[in-house]
Ligand binder design. Structure first.
Ligand SMILES: Cc1cc2nc3c(=O)[nH]c(=O)nc-3n(C[C@H](O)[C@H](O)[C@H](O)COP(=O)(O)O)c2cc1C
Length: 332
């Protein structure tokens, strides 16, 4: 990943988000400049798994024409090896292992964040999967399962393997998505890891991006929810690095973005209720904080039809006012 690092700013990476940062979203994001690197949603890997066709399609189409890292989640080593060998024949730059998913059903199977309770298993996975991956090989981790006291030992473990980048989501598995991100832990990773470290967690705007790079010394920023809310964020961070943020989207621009999401998620035979549900998934990250007392999100949540959804958009997103940033994490 080192070869991808820009000279004057952090590498900008789209976080993987199951059912959210899908091909439709990638298509929309590419119209706004997009990140430098895309991570796929995770491929679920187990004894009977076949790589999900819809994720393979996002690799084939690669609408942003940027490097793609394919992410795998699982703990069965033979299956991870089989899937890595399959994926590395596709047009990707690298393969990532998910050590962060906090979903109880995933953790119970000792995959994702659940693996953080089994460092000896992580050690084996990294040793064996690394040995078969000829492309870039990266890891995305949280900072512990129960407590951030686990992180120093995890870092010692990661340091023993020739991985090409480590993304650190600065929360434990138990903390799920609680407000505080432990940027000091990410800073520790940046200091100690021989490979580039990417900071993840609550990068919301140009200012938080700048502060997080200052605090953590990270080589890259991985952005998830901040990019769903503000697809201009990558372009704005690039502009800031060049001296001046010129892209200043308004509520009207946000309305246009929601329309694009609608167009790109249209599929033949997609029932209206399902399409409304899909749009609400994105809007759950976009709408909060807009209107008095969250009025926009409250209306969106109650809609059942596309007509109602867009009339709520028309009521709340007609002005040329800038749209408000989501409050930053208290630690920034
Ligand atoms: C709905 C949702 C789905 C997610 N899916 C994945 C995933 O497939 N793989 C992964 O590594 N992380 C996943 N994450 C975690 C994000 O990649 C990211 O680490 C987290 O949202 C924090 O970053 P952010 O504050 O920029 O959103 C998911 C998060 C959310 C909210």
């Amino acid at each position: 990943m080192r070869a991808l690092l820009p000279s004057n700013r952090p590498l900008l990476i789209l976080a993987p988000m199951q059912d959210i940062t899908d091909l439709a979203f990638w298509r929309v994001l590419s119209r706004y400049g997009g990140p430098d690197v895309y991570y796929t949603e995770y491929f679920r890997v187990h004894r009977d798994s076949h790589p999900e066709k819809y994720i393979l399609k996002s690799i084939e189409e690669n609408p942003g024409n940027k490097p793609i890292i394919a992410q795998m989640i699982g703990q069965d080593i033979d299956s991870l090896v089989r899937t890595a060998l399959f994926l590395q024949k596709r047009k990707i730059t690298g393969i990532d292992i998910n050590l962060g998913c906090p979903a109880p059903i995933v953790c119970r199977k000792e995959a994702g964040g659940g693996l953080l309770r089994h460092p000896e298993k992580i050690d084996e996975i990294l040793r064996i999967v690394r040995s078969v991956v000829s492309l870039q090989f990266t890891v995305k981790t949280r900072i512990g399962f129960d407590s951030l006291d686990e992180f120093p030992a995890l870092l010692d473990l990661f340091r023993r393997h020739p991985i090409d980048a480590l993304t650190v989501h600065g929360r434990t598995v138990r903390e799920m998505y609680k407000p505080v991100v432990h940027y000091d832990a990410i800073a520790r990773a940046s200091r100690l890891m021989p490979c580039p470290v990417f900071a993840n967690g609550d990068v919301r705007c140009v200012d938080t991006a700048r502060r997080i790079v200052e605090i953590t010394g990270a080589h890259g920023l991985m952005i998830g929810r901040g990019a769903i809310r503000n697809p201009w964020i990558f372009q704005q961070i690039r502009e800031a690095a060049d001296g001046e943020v010129r892209t200043r989207p308004t509520l009207r621009d946000l309305r246009e973005y929601i329309e694009l999401l609608y167009q790109e998620t249209r599929e033949p035979g997609f029932r209206e209720t399902a399409h409304v549900g899909k749009m609400k998934k994105y809007l759950g990250f976009i709408a909060p904080g807009i209107g008095v007392d969250d009025a926009f999100w409250k209306e969106i949540r109650a809609t059942l039809t596309l007509a109602d959804l867009f009339s709520a958009c028309d009521r709340h997103l007609a002005a040329n006012d800038p749209f408000p940033p989501v409050p930053a994490c208290p630690a920034v």
